[in-house]
Ligand binder design. Structure first.
Ligand SMILES: Cc1cc2nc3c(=O)[nH]c(=O)nc-3n(C[C@H](O)[C@H](O)[C@H](O)COP(=O)(O)OP(=O)(O)OC[C@H]3O[C@@H](n4cnc5c(N)ncnc54)[C@H](O)[C@@H]3O)c2cc1C
Length: 536
């Protein structure tokens, strides 16, 4: 029998808040210091071995669609493993689905962002219905009578998993259905029809090609009504207490996000209620999209953090060639580079979340431009970070028992859904062109702090933004990448230690980031890694 040697202990228990210096600083800075105690408790709960195991179980036993009961009646229900339900209960108890709306205060969106950033490190599938419910509130408020009925249940912190009419439940969750088979980015191609049925009610007939978390209590959906594409709330049960005419055709067999169900559905005269003005469905539902896009940036930042924490932890314990991996100069370079990416993502995400806590003109402009920019760049970087962090663990990183394969499989989804990469970049161009004060707000954010490299980068970026060809679609990715990098660098200059700033500006502002571990000489790499290390 061989003796187990040179294997690191599992990174558990690990308080996901207390052990993350960058997150703690961001929460304080972005005005959610009042939430620190609650976040410390949530970080402890999520980082317990029992909770970590729930994340593994929820993915090992994915959901199962039951279209019919034993007698042949349609039931269209999805069954989940108990681990899924336990994780949902933890997330709802912490208010991650609605706390900034139920209890609005300065820093409320930041506090909630910090909570979801930690949730996704343990399990990302549950994040989907949590994000959609959070995002649904401003859209639901456009129909006050619907909001009056639904918001109290959405604000409840009870996770009521029972499949029954929402009136009989203590809590409710909201999903969304926009994407159809023939088009997801171009929503004008939606074909689902909505026939008026009186008093704001409509009957919907058609399909949705993606509808995640189909056991939510209701869905915000788009359909073509007599006045054009409109937004509706479609509950799983009718007001009469009957199952609504929603058939779940099948569940998608997904690359990752396997604990969560994503379905294809058909509506056959399904009851729905109009939300907002008829014919203005896209702007009304995009209100929700802004929040779910923020959540994509939060979720991807959380994935990067978990991948980095696992990598640094492993390198601290594993020895190769008589030295800990963390002390091998080339490994220090790789880890430091990963830490820079993670910190830059976190500071930008939390700054963006603060813009959702404010409602002055500058905050609105910041949200409008930076939400798609942050979603694009942060989500694009995540697959690279999770892959490189996996390699730090060597062969063990490729094995399912480590969390690394799950993080890697999860990494692309935030970039694809809620507006894929190109669509986000085109949206940034549109936002800059149409948003009052956008250019001034960006200029005010792009602090160079006396750093010559940063000043030069900013000057070139601002010149490109003002140039006649700034809306050249073919160059949109390059422009948005540089905007995101400039915003990240400016935040790091303002708030992070100088060794982080030096390494970030030296490595990110010259367009040479083709792989991790290419940081140049003369930087304090060890200090960067120590700052990122998860304290247990
Ligand atoms: C796991 C998962 C869960 C999902 N859950 C939901 C859900 O709950 N509800 C829901 O409504 N949808 C959901 N979606 C669907 C998702 O939002 C869409 O897949 C996404 O918006 C892209 O739409 P599409 O698949 O039709 O791709 P398309 O619109 O065909 O786009 C394909 C590619 O073309 C690019 N592209 C599009 N237009 C342009 C352009 N003008 N210039 C350059 N490039 C362009 C896009 O960026 C993309 O890369 C989910 C998707 C996934 C993967």
């Amino acid at each position: 029998m061989f003796e187990v040697q040179n294997q690191p202990p599992p990174l558990e228990p690990c308080n996901l808040f207390a052990s993350d210096a960058c997150l703690r600083e961001a929460v304080r800075r972005e005005r959610a210091d009042w939430a620190a105690d609650g976040l410390t408790m949530l970080g402890a709960t999520l980082g317990k071995p029992e909770t970590i195991k729930l994340g593994f179980d929820a993915n090992r036993y994915p959901p199962d669609l039951r279209t019919h009961d034993r007698y042949g009646h349609r039931i269209d229900e999805v069954e989940f493993h108990p681990a899924w339900h336990e994780l949902m209960a933890i997330a709802l108890r912490a208010g991650l689905h609605s706390s900034p709306w139920a209890d609005p205060k300065a820093g409320a969106h930041v506090a909630r962002a910090a909570g979801t950033y930690m949730l996704t490190q343990v399990e990302s599938g549950v994040y989907c219905p949590i994000a959609m419910t959070y995002g649904s509130v401003p859209t639901l408020r456009q129909a006050p009578e619907v909001a009056a009925q639904w918001l109290p249940r959405i604000f409840s912190r009870d996770y009521d998993r029972r499949f029954r009419p929402a009136n009989d439940k203590t809590g409710a969750l909201i999903g969304m259905g926009m994407t159809e088979n023939q088009g997801g980015s171009d929503l004008r191609t939606n074909t689902t029809r909505a026939e008026p049925a009186g008093s704001g009610a409509f009957r919907l007939t058609g399909h949705k090609w993606f509808l995640s978390a189909p056991m939510c209590d209701a869905f915000l959906v788009l359909a073509q009504s007599p006045k054009g594409l409109s937004c509706f709330l479609l509950p799983r049960w009718t007001p009469e207490g009957e199952r609504n005419a929603v058939q779940i055709l099948r569940l998608k067999d997904k690359l990752g996000n396997r604990s969560n169900a994503s379905s294809e559905v058909e509506f056959d005269g399904a009851y729905a209620h109009l939300i907002g003005e008829e014919g203005r469905g896209i702007p009304i539902i995009i209100e929700m999209g802004n929040y779910t896009r923020l959540d994509c940036a939060i979720g991807s930042s959380g994935l990067m953090r978990q991948a980095l924490a696992q990598a640094v932890h492993h390198a601290r314990h594993r020895v190769a060639f008589q030295k800990k991996l963390i002390d091998q100069p080339l490994m220090t370079n790789v880890l430091a580079d990963l830490a820079l990416e993670s910190e830059a993502a976190t500071v930008l995400t939390m700054r963006l979340a603060r813009a959702y806590d404010e409602d002055d003109v500058a905050a609105l402009a910041y949200r409008r431009v930076v939400t798609p920019a942050a979603k694009f760049w942060i989500c694009k970087r995540t697959p690279f970070v999770t892959y490189e962090a996996m390699e730090v663990l060597g062969g063990s990183g490729y094995i399912e028992e480590s969390i690394m394969p799950r993080l890697y499989r999860e990494a692309p989804v935030n970039s694809i859904w809620e507006g894929s990469g190109n669509v986000m970049c085109l949206d940034v161009l549109r936002a800059i062109a149409r948003t009052r004060d956008a250019a001034d707000v960006l200029r005010g954010e792009l602090d160079h702090g006396g750093d010559a490299r940063m000043k030069d980068f900013n000057d070139r970026l601002l010149a490109r933004l003002a140039a006649p060809e700034h809306n050249d679609e073919a160059q949109a990715r390059a422009l948005v990448r540089d905007l995101a990098l400039a915003l990240q660098a400016a935040l790091l200059i303002r708030h992070s230690p100088s060794y982080v700033v030096d390494a970030f500006t030296a490595s990110r502002l010259d367009g040479n980031g083709s792989a991790f571990g290419l940081l140049p000489r003369g930087l304090d790499l060890r200090a960067i890694v120590e700052r990122a290390a998860p304290a247990q």
